[in-house]
Design a protein around this ligand. Structure first.
Ligand code: GDP
Length: 194
């Protein structure tokens, strides 16, 4: 079964994106950090499914140790299912992602988003970075170029448009760039199968 996995810190808008992509809403009580099980959704028009993995990073009310366990589970899930995962969507909050990455880097830590991006590449899973909440970002080009820089991609960000970097506003249903990027990877995967 072909699968598309959504990963990202909690509160970045994964459930909102999932709802926009699939038309299904995430049942309450299934919020990241509460359940550590991946949620599966079918994408009606296509023959693969979306997996909403639990959110990683800081969550109020979730102990550090539990947070670590969630992270380990996500990595294990991806490793175990790498064969069937056609593409991953790493969701970040466009408004805060650079500050969060830089804060961790300044402390000498590897930021979760950066680590996850490299991990996905390492296991050979094509990854789209969905930069959500762009309605809250004024300096779009600067922000997206900064993000490229932090991920080890050379700006300008436009060279990764339609494949890697997908600025979206999920809350308003503006996710066309994500759909385009996913279709690109789906087509590429189908070509490889032939
Ligand atoms: P999750 O924890 O990653 O599943 O995030 P949710 O989908 O629950 O969204 C977290 C919060 O971000 C909610 O209050 C959403 O309404 C809000 N949100 C989601 N997408 C957007 C967006 O594009 N713009 C803005 N401003 N807020 C958004």
């Amino acid at each position: 079964d072909d699968e598309i996995a959504l990963v990202g810190r909690s509160n970045v808008g994964k459930s909102t994106i999932m709802r926009e992509l699939t038309g299904h809403s995430v049942p309450t009580g299934q919020k990241p950090g509460v359940t550590r099980e991946p949620n599966h959704f079918d994408w009606s028009s296509q023959s693969f499914m979306f997996t909403d993995l639990p959110g990683f990073g800081f969550m109020s009310g979730v102990e550090g140790e539990h947070r670590e366990a969630i992270q380990t589970d996500i990595v294990r899930y991806i490793e175990d299912n790498a064969e069937s995962i056609l593409a991953a969507v790493l969701v970040v909050d466009g408004k805060s992602v650079i500050d969060i990455i830089d804060r961790h880097s300044d402390r000498g830590e590897i930021p979760h988003d950066v680590e996850m991006y490299h991990f996905l590449k390492e296991v050979g899973i094509p990854t789209v970075v969905a930069v959500n909440k762009m309605d809250k970002v004024d300096d779009t080009d600067d922000r997206l170029n900064d993000l490229c820089d932090r991920l080890g991609l050379f700006p300008p960000w436009q060279q990764y448009e339609e494949e890697v970097i997908a600025p979206i506003t999920a809350k308003a249903g503006r996710i066309d760039s994500l759909r385009t990027a996913l279709q690109h990877h789906i087509r590429a995967a189908k070509r490889d199968e032939l």
